[in-house]
Structure formats: C-alpha cells, structure tokens
Design a protein around this ligand. Structure first.
Ligand code: SF4
Length: 96
C-alpha cells in the first residue's frame, strides 16, 4: 500500500490499513554511513531510505547490502588462470 506519512504516495510493504506497521510506526532516519547513497530520499521527517525502513539495522552487521555508494570488494578470479582453459591450451599445445 502507499505510505501516507513519511513518503506519501510511495509503495511500501509496511503500510497497512492501520497505518505504518514498522517499529515505532515510522521509517527511521538515515545514518552517517548512508551519506552518498542514491537510495536516500527526503521524507516528511527528514532523510530516509527508499528501500529500508531502518538504515541503522541495515548497517548493524557490516555493509548495507542495498548501498549504492559502497560495495563489498569481491576478489576477481579472472586474474587467475582458468584451469580448464589452461589444460585445453596445454593439450592443444602438445598436439603441435
Ligand atoms: S540503501 Fe542502505 S546505505 Fe543506502 S540509504 Fe538505505 S540503508 Fe542507507
């Protein structure tokens, strides 16, 4: 249903016929770590997150998984030689 308080008109899974059913009956403000994230929007109570009602909780166990400004560095395996390609290459080399 559409929020009618913090982000009026925005579709939200926490809005019910009884109003906002999230903790404290409202979204919570973004935290410092959210600064720079594209999901920060201006709500009626200040800056809130457009996808997570509680930014603080999103950062509790490390990096927020919805953050657009920070990403977990995933070490690329591309740098390593693909063992399958390497063995094919080696096999091909032997034929010559
Ligand atoms: S997606 Fe995460 S980092 Fe971005 S505003 Fe929401 S809670 Fe903050």
């Amino acid at each position: 249903m559409q929020c009618q308080t913090v982000l009026p008109g925005a579709e939200c899974t926490f809005w019910s016929k009884k109003g906002c059913i999230f903790e404290g009956n409202s979204c919570q403000l973004v935290i410092d770590k959210c600064q720079g994230c594209e999901r920060v929007v201006e709500g009626s109570i200040g800056q809130v997150c457009s996808v997570a009602p509680s930014p603080e909780q999103k950062w509790k166990s490390g990096l927020c998984n919805f953050a657009t400004h920070q990403k977990i560095e995933i070490k690329s395996v591309d740098a390593k030689v693909n063992p399958l390609k390497a063995s094919k290459k080696a096999a091909g080399g032997k034929k010559k």
